[in-house]
Design a protein around this ligand. Structure first.
Ligand SMILES: Cc1cc2nc3c(=O)[nH]c(=O)nc-3n(C[C@H](O)[C@H](O)[C@H](O)COP(=O)(O)OP(=O)(O)OC[C@H]3O[C@@H](n4cnc5c(N)ncnc54)[C@H](O)[C@@H]3O)c2cc1C
Length: 486
């Protein structure tokens, strides 16, 4: 029986991001992954601005950007272009990077923390008691038991952890089936895009197939036609299917040379009723599934991980204030629910039907207005996420993620505008878990609206912002960082 602090089931982007967050906080962690090696399936293609900001906060963005294959300017809602420039982010675009490269980078980073990824090890059972969780794992050396204080199921849409917990996964099954394939093409007609371009598209009985360059001669192809409907989600995608879709869209201009991998996906839409049961938590696709419209799933999962990591670390250290871990569900469930809602709406807007086209034309017009664009772009990019921060005085930054701040330690941070002796004195009892620094801009705290200081949680969210007197600061420190005596 191996003992550790946290077991993470699943080495997808969510599990690997979480393991990095735990490693950053010095938490002993073990990742168990069913697959003997990474699948290489390109799946998600883009990092949304909010994820880019979070990664930059940790200092992990630059190495990832070096692995990027392109850039998608702005975003899209059901294929209708969105302009991210209006959002005031330094990343007004999606960073085009195939999912396996994100996973590879995150997995490599774990070595620095001494966190192992046990590959070929499938979680097959779990039992929890007051002190911890025992999991059963089937691996290359047979069955073994692992024990930890907490278990996180980041084991994807068919999560075994979720099923073992008996957590309800309400929603609906897929109604539309599509294919995603990484293909090598011969291009005698010269029609292949060299840059990322996202055409406006429709699904269901549509014949459209769109292509994005992935580098190394590969292209991502996405299509869904009448032949794809009604097939089992696990039915193998045939080369013929890909060829037919390609021909229908491009005639003889393009020829299929090889299909590297292909998979089916649907617009199934479900969300776990609870993200936590005792010492077991759910994150990423294990907690929510939806149509991959707008490119949000991987981003949502990685941000679940960033929300959860520091809270688990505080629990492990015995410093977590009452109810801290409960805020994982209360903060992230509504964010997931909103993505489910917007992807269902996008799914409807992509139905090729005369009436839907009328609706789509109206929505397109609304998204061309500054306010309409700002609202939906904020939602799809993840930049408008704002967590409730009860008890702290109202401020425009409160609950929001603060960009352009480096939090590479997994600790909290009091960011002050110039010297603030009263605030520093208030902060002192918590100096073993939060740092203090001065904003290096003469204008004070960016977006701070004249605030003397802001207090950031380790996930970069502002949990207090206010004047030099520090009204409410002590309460916020206690609420998020616990009793300083513990
Ligand atoms: C066609 C397509 C396009 C997409 N495009 C985008 C996009 O552009 N942007 C975006 O943000 N998202 C996109 N997504 C969604 C994104 O791929 C997923 O949301 C993301 O993979 C979720 O990550 P995860 O780590 O939560 O789950 P997964 O990636 O599913 O990882 C779960 C891991 O757990 C392992 N596992 C499963 N069961 C067990 C077990 N019992 N024991 C141990 N290990 C186990 C699995 O092998 C897997 O490695 C797309 C998805 C698809 C299908």
């Amino acid at each position: 029986m191996t003992d550790t602090d946290v077991i993470v089931a699943g080495a997808g982007p969510t599990g690997l991001m979480l393991a990095n967050e735990l490693g950053l906080a010095g938490v002993r962690t073990l990742v168990v992954e069913r697959l003997p090696e990474r699948s290489g399936q390109s799946k998600a293609l883009g990092l949304q601005p909010r994820t880019a900001e979070v990664l930059e906060m940790r200092g992990w963005l630059e190495p990832l950007q070096q692995r990027a294959v392109g850039r998608l300017e702005g975003g899209h809602f059901a294929g209708i272009p969105l302009d991210y420039e209006a959002l005031g982010t330094r990343f007004p675009y999606q960073i085009g990077i195939p999912q396996p490269r994100v996973e590879e980078y995150l997995e490599q980073r774990l070595a620095a923390y001494g966190i192992p990824v046990l590959r070929g090890c499938e979680l097959t059972g779990l039992r929890q008691d007051a002190e911890g969780v025992t999991v059963t794992v089937d691996g290359p050396d047979g069955q073994r038991s692992l024990r930890a204080a907490y278990l996180v199921g980041a084991d994807g849409s068919r999560s075994r952890v979720r099923r073992e917990l008996g957590v309800a996964f309400p929603g609906r099954d897929g109604r539309v089936s599509m294919v995603v394939a990484d293909v090598v093409l011969d291009d005698p007609g010269g029609v292949l895009p060299e840059q990322w371009q996202l055409p406006s598209f429709e699904v269901r009985d549509a014949t459209g197939a769109f292509l994005l360059p992935l580098g190394d001669g590969l292209h991502r192809m996405l299509f869904g036609g009448p032949e794809q409907q009604g097939l089992d989600r696990d039915a193998p995608v045939t080369e013929d299917e890909v060829r037919v879709a390609l021909h229908r869209e491009h005639g003889d201009a393009l020829r299929l040379k090889a299909v590297r991998w292909a998979s089916r996906f649907t617009d199934a839409s479900r969300q776990a009723e609870q993200y936590a049961v005792g010492r077991v938590l759910l994150a990423g696709d294990a907690a929510h599934i939806h149509l991959p419209a707008g490119g949000q799933g991987l981003n949502l999962g990685m941000q679940d991980a960033v929300n959860l990591g520091w809270k688990l670390a505080a629990c492990i250290r015995g410093r977590a204030p009452e109810g801290l871990l409960d805020t994982y569900h209360s903060e992230r469930h509504p964010v997931g629910a909103r993505v489910l809602e917007n992807t269902r709406a996008q799914g409807v807007l992509m139905i090729p039907d005369t009436d839907v086209r009328a609706l789509r034309a109206i929505v397109t017009g609304l998204l061309e207005t500054a306010e309409g664009n700002r609202r939906i772009a904020g939602m799809i990019s993840g930049l408008d996420i704002r967590y409730a921060m009860p008890g702290s005085p109202e401020h425009p930054l409160l609950g929001r993620h603060m960009a352009d701040v480096r939090l590479a330690t997994g600790r909290g941070l009091l960011l002050t505008s110039g010297a603030q002796p009263a605030l520093e004195a208030l902060m002192r009892p918590w100096q073993d878990r939060a740092d203090r620094t001065t904003a290096d801009r003469a204008a004070g705290i960016p977006g701070g609206d004249g605030a003397a200081a802001v207090l950031l949680r380790p996930d970069g969210h502002v949990c207090w912002a206010g004047p030099g007197g520090g009204e409410g600061l002590g309460a916020a420190l206690g609420r998020w960082f616990g009793d300083p005596q513990r």
